[in-house]
Design a protein around this ligand. Structure first.
Ligand code: ADP
Length: 266
C-alpha cells in the first residue's frame, strides 16, 4: 500500500504553483480562536493528510481551504475560479433525504439551472459511478447504502464537479478495512491524474502512515513533512498530548499507543 501511494505521487513529475496559500492565519468561531498562526500551501501535487486529535482544528482548516470560512487574521490567497470539492464526514449527513444515488450526484453539479438532466449529464453520472465501482447502484435510495457505498457516493458528488482540489473530512471513519484500502487507492489514482488531495484523519496507522505528506495540527501546525519526518514520539506527543512509541515493521511506521484513559488513536 505505501509504495503504491508513493509511486502515484512520483508520477506527478512537475511541481505545481500553489492553488491556495494561508499565511499567518488565525481562525475560529465567534470570539474564540481555534487555529493560530497557520502558514500552509496546497497545490495539485498535494496528497496531504491533516493529522490531529478530535477538536484540534482539522475540519476548521478544511473550511478555510474550501473558502466557507474567513480568517480572523492573516491572508488566504487562492487561484482564480478554482474548482474545489468537499467530501463531508458520513456522520454529519441526513440519510433520510429522499433521493437515489444518481439524483444525489446530479444535484451536486455547480450552476444547475433546470430540474432535469440531459442525456449527456446522465452519461457523466453513470461514468463516475462506474469509476467508483457503484455503477449498478444509481437507482438505489441513499438510505439503503452500506458505509463504503455511501463514501463512494460522496466521492461521486465531488468528482462530477471536476475539481482541481479535493478536500475530504475523515474519509475512512466508520468504514471497514477493505473499503479503507479501496478509498486510499482511489484517491492515489485521482492524485496520479493530477488532482490535489487534502484529507483529515486521526488514524495514524491506517491512513496517515500511507500518505506522502502530513501536517500535524493541534490548534497550530506542530510539524509538516513526510511520515518518516513527522511520525516521531516528540511530534506525536505535542500533537496528541500522549506518549506513543514508533516502531518499524516490514518497512512501515507503526505507532503504538500504550493505552489507558488518554488513548487517542484507533
Ligand atoms: P477537529 O476536526 O480536529 O475535530 P474542529 O475544527 O471540528 O476540530 O473543531 C475545533 C474546535 O472548534 C472545537 O473546539 C469545536 O468545538 C469548535 N467548533 C467547530 N465547529 C464549530 C462551529 N460551527 N461553531 C462553534 N465552534 C465550532
Amino acid at each position: 500500500m505505501p509504495s503504491t501511494l508513493s509511486d502515484s505521487t512520483a508520477r506527478v513529475a512537475h511541481v505545481s504553483s500553489p492553488l491556495i496559500s494561508l499565511r499567518s492565519v488565525d481562525a475560529g468561531y465567534r470570539n474564540s480562536t481555534v487555529l493560530h498562526d497557520v502558514t500552509l500551501s496546497v497545490s495539485r501535487d498535494s496528497f496531504t493528510g491533516i493529522v490531529g486529535p478530535s477538536g484540534a482544528g482539522k475540519t476548521t482548516l478544511l473550511r478555510l481551504l474550501l473558502g466557507s470560512m474567513k480568517p480572523q487574521r492573516g491572508v488566504i490567497d487562492r487561484a482564480a475560479r478554482l474548482p474545489v470539492s468537499y467530501v463531508p464526514q458520513l456522520e454529519t449527513v441526513d440519510w433520510n433525504f429522499p433521493a437515489t444515488v444518481s439524483e444525489c450526484v446530479l444535484m451536486s453539479r455547480a450552476a444547475r439551472r433546470v430540474p432535469w438532466a440531459s442525456r449527456a449529464e446522465r452519461g457523466e453520472v453513470a461514468a463516475v459511478l462506474d469509476r467508483l465501482g457503484i455503477g449498478d447502484l444509481g437507482e438505489r435510495h441513499i438510505r439503503e447504502l452500506s458505509g463504503g457505498q455511501q463514501q463512494r457516493m460522496f466521492l461521486a458528488r465531488a468528482l462530477i464537479r471536476k475539481p482541481q482540489l479535493l478536500l475530504l473530512d475523515e474519509p475512512t471513519s466508520g468504514v471497514d478495512i477493505s473499503t479503507r484500502h479501496a478509498v486510499l487507492h482511489l484517491l492515489a489514482d485521482l492524485h496520479a491524474d493530477g488532482m490535489g488531495i487534502v484529507l483529515t484523519t486521526h488514524d495514524l496507522n491506517g491512513i496517515a502512515a500511507h500518505l506522502p505528506h502530513l501536517v500535524c495540527v493541534n490548534k497550530h501546525i506542530v510539524a509538516e513533512g513526510t511520515p518518516e519526518e513527522v511520525i516521531t514520539p516528540d511530534v506525536l506527543e505535542e500533537t496528541f498530548g500522549a506518549q506513543m512509541e514508533v516502531l518499524q515493521h516490514l518497512g512501515m511506521l507503526v505507532v503504538v499507543d500504550p493505552g489507558g484513559p488518554r488513548r487517542m488513536v484507533s
